[in-house]
Write a protein that binds this ligand. Structure first.
Ligand code: AMP
Ligand code: MG
Length: 486
């Protein structure tokens, strides 16, 4: 067993907002999934998965020496409304571990109630734990900033959701789990010292180049958030619950609930069944990211200037960075996805016409991009990819312009195909894939979880025997509804 050197997490929050809370133990726990890649981050190897005392730690059944399980208070805007105090209702940050490339806060999600549970049971069901685990690791493999997931520990103990479901604990890792909502809550309490303390702490630890430069730090947070939104859009990822309490101060994808990767493209896709107004629909994500940044800036106004008018002016200027960062990152990513080496003014229009075509014909988002790598820019013949589309004539029209654009920059066919296959994934965590392994795990066969994770960990590399993971969902599995219940 690799020894772990636990130290307490310094959250940067006032003590009253980060109390020590013991996890609540679970009976008959069993390790259901284990990510070797995440384990390596904290210096563990594959053999550590069978260590009984580590299993107890990850189940919340024992607190290792040096750790200090902590739940934190945060607030947030949920679906556009101030929701008051939320907080870690079912998450405990156990402690910090140093790994070969940095240190990690280690958090148990679903380890029992805390002072912030608001009547909830503090548990997470197996279904949502599998979804969080898989997507954390899949997003990382796509190159998208995210919290990581080390393991899932399951227990036969059940809790009530729409039906009775068994519970599990996911171990999450992140350099920090600090959320926009932590700043909002301190601001709401009018605890300006606490707010300043948290900002100073976060900057010193995670933005060391920006010590003493609050404006520079907030600008960086806004830009990271904008770039993250552009990355989500570029892979057809919908978060589902973009409340400010689910937004990371480090610009990480955080809190995987009713998220979804779009299969047949619909720009207005709503992945969260509970989001009836479509506030968090795919096409709205970039503007919601900006709105969330505005809430963060609003909370941090006292840090920008003691004069409130001057502070608002500074905050507004910082928020301007969002639009610029989003536009730049977005066009950069779409260009990469289309295999365009140079920048032309008409590129956004070319991208928009392609997305409009995919939207109108409801074509599979992931596979449509992946197949573009085989387009021959010098050919005059119809491209073979047209057969995958319900509107082949519409495809031909766009492909003609696309080929002309590639020829104009003397694109090298072979090099372009390689570059495109390195950015357009073949495998993404489609809902029906998650659903299949969830059903198997609920029936007592959890092996599919890591089998799927391993495929998703190499999303750009065609893997023999993995065809089923790349395929579009069969018609009967196209409209799986995912709600906030977790
Ligand atoms: P989420 O929608 O998962 O981001 O959760 C929103 C808020 O509700 C957070 O403060 C969670 O900690 C809390 N919460 C969600 N589910 C539970 C639960 N089963 N028990 C206690 N708190 C919960
Ligand atoms: Mg949350």
């Amino acid at each position: 067993m690799t020894p772990l050197n636990w130290t307490p997490v310094d959250t940067g929050l006032p003590d009253s907002l980060a109390p020590r809370i013991e996890p609540t133990s679970l009976p008959q726990t069993r390790l259901l999934a284990w990510s070797d890649e995440a384990a390596a981050l904290i210096g563990l190897d594959a053999e550590d998965r069978s260590n009984a005392s580590l299993l107890d730690t990850l189940a919340g059944n024992a607190v290792p020496p040096g750790a200090r399980p902590t739940a934190t208070a945060y607030g947030g805007h949920q679906f556009g409304q101030w929701a008051g105090r939320l907080g870690d209702g079912r998450a405990l940050t156990l402690g910090r571990l140093d790994g070969p490339q940095g240190s990690w806060d280690v958090q148990l999600k679903g380890a029992g109630p805390t002072p912030y549970s608001r009547g909830g049971d503090g548990r997470a069901v197996l279904r949502s734990s599998i979804r969080e685990y898989l997507c954390s690791e899949a997003m990382h493999a796509l190159g998208i900033p995210t919290t990581r997931a080390l393991a899932i520990v399951g227990s036969p103990q059940s809790v009530r959701r729409e039906t009775m479901e068994t519970t599990a604990v996911v171990t999450r890792l992140a350099p920090s789990f600090t959320r926009f909502g932590h700043f909002e809550w301190l601001s709401h309490l009018d605890d300006i010292e606490g707010l300043r303390g948290l900002a100073v702490h976060v900057i010193a630890k995670h933005f060391p180049d920006l010590v003493g430069n609050t404006t520079g730090w907030l600008t960086e947070v806004v830009q990271r958030t904008a770039r993250l939104m552009a990355q989500w859009q570029s892979v057809g990822f919908c978060h589902g619950v973009m409340n400010t309490d689910n937004f990371s101060i480090l610009g990480l994808t955080l809190d995987y609930g009713p998220y979804g990767f779009i299969d047949g493209f619909n720009a207005n896709h709503i992945c969260n069944h509970t989001d009836q107004g479509g506030r968090y629909a795919y096409a709205r994500q970039p503007q919601v990211g900006q709105w969330n940044c505005a809430q963060l800036l609003n909370a941090c106004l006292p840090l920008l200037d003691t004069n409130s008018e001057a502070a608002v002016e500074k905050g507004t200027a910082i928020l301007d960075a969002y639009g610029q960062a989003y536009a730049a990152e977005s066009v950069r990513l779409w260009r990469l996805k289309l295999g365009l080496a140079s920048a032309h003014d008409d590129d956004p229009a070319l991208v928009n016409r392609w997305l409009t075509f995919l939207h109108r014909s409801h074509a599979d988002f992931t596979l449509s991009f992946r197949r573009l790598a085989t387009v021959d820019s010098h050919s005059e013949a119809p491209d073979a990819g047209r057969d995958h589309h319900v509107d082949p004539a519409g495809y031909d029209v766009w492909i003609t312009d696309y080929r002309a654009r590639l020829r104009a920059e003397h694109s090298d066919e072979a090099a372009r195909a390689i570059a495109m296959n390195a950015v357009n994934p073949l495998y993404v965590l489609r809902n029906h894939l998650a659903q299949q392994v969830i059903a198997q795990a609920e029936a007592g066969a959890p092996e599919g979880i890591d089998a799927l994770r391993r495929v998703l960990t190499q999303p750009f590399t065609e893997q023999p025997g993995a065809e089923v993971y790349a395929a579009e969902p069969p018609p009967e599995l196209r409209h799986i509804e995912v709600s906030c219940s977790s």
